[in-house]
Design a protein around this ligand. Structure first.
Ligand code: SF4
Length: 147
Protein backbone atom coordinates (compact mmCIF):
# COMPACT_ATOMS: atom_id res chain seq x y z
CA UNK A 1 0.00 0.00 0.00
CA UNK A 2 0.96 3.60 -0.47
CA UNK A 3 0.32 5.68 2.63
CA UNK A 4 0.77 9.38 3.35
CA UNK A 5 1.51 10.30 6.97
CA UNK A 6 2.09 13.40 9.07
CA UNK A 7 5.86 13.79 9.15
CA UNK A 8 5.97 14.31 12.92
CA UNK A 9 4.54 10.79 13.36
CA UNK A 10 7.52 9.42 11.49
CA UNK A 11 9.83 11.11 14.00
CA UNK A 12 10.66 14.24 12.06
CA UNK A 13 11.20 17.22 14.34
CA UNK A 14 8.68 19.43 12.57
CA UNK A 15 6.29 20.03 15.46
CA UNK A 16 5.65 23.63 16.61
CA UNK A 17 7.98 23.15 19.59
CA UNK A 18 10.74 21.57 17.53
CA UNK A 19 9.89 18.05 18.67
CA UNK A 20 7.99 15.19 17.06
CA UNK A 21 5.11 12.77 17.64
CA UNK A 22 7.10 9.61 16.82
CA UNK A 23 4.66 6.72 16.71
CA UNK A 24 5.65 3.06 16.74
CA UNK A 25 2.71 1.97 14.56
CA UNK A 26 3.78 4.46 11.91
CA UNK A 27 7.41 3.33 12.10
CA UNK A 28 6.24 -0.26 11.60
CA UNK A 29 4.08 0.85 8.69
CA UNK A 30 7.12 2.46 7.09
CA UNK A 31 8.97 -0.88 7.09
CA UNK A 32 6.24 -2.66 5.17
CA UNK A 33 4.71 -0.04 2.87
CA UNK A 34 5.54 2.88 0.67
CA UNK A 35 5.16 5.90 2.95
CA UNK A 36 5.14 9.57 1.97
CA UNK A 37 5.68 12.07 4.80
CA UNK A 38 4.27 15.59 4.75
CA UNK A 39 4.27 18.48 7.20
CA UNK A 40 1.78 21.02 5.91
CA UNK A 41 2.84 23.76 8.32
CA UNK A 42 6.46 23.59 7.21
CA UNK A 43 5.30 23.29 3.61
CA UNK A 44 3.34 26.50 4.16
CA UNK A 45 6.67 28.23 4.95
CA UNK A 46 6.20 28.39 8.71
CA UNK A 47 9.40 28.06 10.77
CA UNK A 48 10.20 25.35 13.31
CA UNK A 49 9.91 25.98 16.16
CA UNK A 50 6.88 28.24 15.74
CA UNK A 51 4.15 29.77 17.85
CA UNK A 52 1.29 27.25 18.20
CA UNK A 53 -1.91 28.02 16.31
CA UNK A 54 -5.56 27.09 16.51
CA UNK A 55 -8.58 27.65 14.27
CA UNK A 56 -10.69 30.51 15.61
CA UNK A 57 -13.96 31.22 13.81
CA UNK A 58 -12.62 29.47 10.73
CA UNK A 59 -9.36 31.43 10.65
CA UNK A 60 -6.02 29.93 11.71
CA UNK A 61 -4.58 32.22 14.36
CA UNK A 62 -1.32 31.96 16.31
CA UNK A 63 -1.32 32.20 20.09
CA UNK A 64 0.31 35.64 19.81
CA UNK A 65 -2.64 36.88 17.71
CA UNK A 66 -1.03 36.77 14.27
CA UNK A 67 -3.23 35.46 11.47
CA UNK A 68 -1.46 32.52 9.82
CA UNK A 69 -4.38 31.30 7.76
CA UNK A 70 -2.65 31.88 4.41
CA UNK A 71 0.40 29.85 5.44
CA UNK A 72 -1.73 26.97 6.73
CA UNK A 73 -3.85 26.89 3.59
CA UNK A 74 -0.80 27.12 1.33
CA UNK A 75 0.63 24.07 3.10
CA UNK A 76 -2.67 22.25 2.77
CA UNK A 77 -2.75 22.98 -0.96
CA UNK A 78 0.76 21.56 -1.35
CA UNK A 79 -0.26 18.39 0.48
CA UNK A 80 -3.26 18.04 -1.80
CA UNK A 81 -0.98 18.45 -4.82
CA UNK A 82 1.24 15.63 -3.52
CA UNK A 83 -1.75 13.43 -2.73
CA UNK A 84 -3.14 13.94 -6.24
CA UNK A 85 0.20 13.03 -7.75
CA UNK A 86 0.95 10.06 -5.47
CA UNK A 87 -2.60 8.73 -5.03
CA UNK A 88 -2.10 7.23 -1.55
CA UNK A 89 -4.47 4.43 -0.51
CA UNK A 90 -4.71 5.91 2.96
CA UNK A 91 -3.60 9.05 4.84
CA UNK A 92 -2.79 8.81 8.58
CA UNK A 93 -2.59 12.16 10.36
CA UNK A 94 -1.74 13.57 13.77
CA UNK A 95 -4.84 13.91 15.93
CA UNK A 96 -6.15 17.33 16.99
CA UNK A 97 -3.65 19.40 14.99
CA UNK A 98 -5.03 22.58 13.34
CA UNK A 99 -3.54 21.20 10.12
CA UNK A 100 -3.66 17.43 10.45
CA UNK A 101 -6.47 16.63 12.89
CA UNK A 102 -9.23 14.55 11.28
CA UNK A 103 -12.07 14.32 13.82
CA UNK A 104 -11.29 17.02 16.35
CA UNK A 105 -9.28 20.18 16.81
CA UNK A 106 -8.82 22.85 19.48
CA UNK A 107 -11.42 25.61 19.53
CA UNK A 108 -9.20 28.67 19.09
CA UNK A 109 -9.19 29.78 22.74
CA UNK A 110 -5.88 28.09 23.64
CA UNK A 111 -7.52 26.57 26.69
CA UNK A 112 -7.22 22.94 25.61
CA UNK A 113 -10.89 22.83 24.62
CA UNK A 114 -11.70 20.44 21.77
CA UNK A 115 -14.42 20.75 19.16
CA UNK A 116 -15.53 18.42 16.40
CA UNK A 117 -14.04 19.23 13.03
CA UNK A 118 -10.87 18.74 11.04
CA UNK A 119 -7.70 20.76 10.61
CA UNK A 120 -7.28 22.64 7.34
CA UNK A 121 -5.14 20.03 5.58
CA UNK A 122 -7.22 17.05 6.65
CA UNK A 123 -10.36 18.92 5.62
CA UNK A 124 -9.02 19.74 2.17
CA UNK A 125 -7.80 16.18 1.59
CA UNK A 126 -11.15 14.70 2.63
CA UNK A 127 -13.10 17.18 0.52
CA UNK A 128 -11.09 15.91 -2.41
CA UNK A 129 -11.94 12.30 -1.74
CA UNK A 130 -8.85 11.05 0.10
CA UNK A 131 -9.25 8.58 2.97
CA UNK A 132 -7.89 10.20 6.13
CA UNK A 133 -7.70 8.77 9.62
CA UNK A 134 -6.45 10.15 12.94
CA UNK A 135 -3.40 8.28 14.15
CA UNK A 136 -5.27 7.60 17.40
CA UNK A 137 -7.86 5.65 15.42
CA UNK A 138 -5.31 3.80 13.32
CA UNK A 139 -4.86 0.22 14.41
CA UNK A 140 -2.43 -0.86 11.70
CA UNK A 141 -2.86 -2.28 8.23
CA UNK A 142 -2.73 -5.91 9.34
CA UNK A 143 -5.47 -5.42 11.90
CA UNK A 144 -7.76 -3.78 9.38
CA UNK A 145 -8.39 -0.09 8.93
CA UNK A 146 -11.69 1.39 9.95
CA UNK A 147 -12.62 4.86 8.83
S1 SF4 B 1 1.49 20.18 10.66
FE1 SF4 B 1 0.94 18.02 10.84
S2 SF4 B 1 2.85 16.97 10.27
FE2 SF4 B 1 3.41 19.08 10.75
S3 SF4 B 1 3.96 19.02 12.91
FE3 SF4 B 1 1.81 19.60 12.80
S4 SF4 B 1 0.72 17.65 13.02
FE4 SF4 B 1 2.81 17.16 12.49
Amino acid sequence: MKIMVSACLAGENCKYNGGNNRNEKILQLMKENEVITVCPEQMGSLPTPRVPSEIRNGVVTARDGRIVDDEFRAGAAKCLEIARREQPDLIVLQSRSPSCGVKQRYDGTFTGTLVDGAGVTAQLLMENGFRCIDVEDFSGIHEGVKI
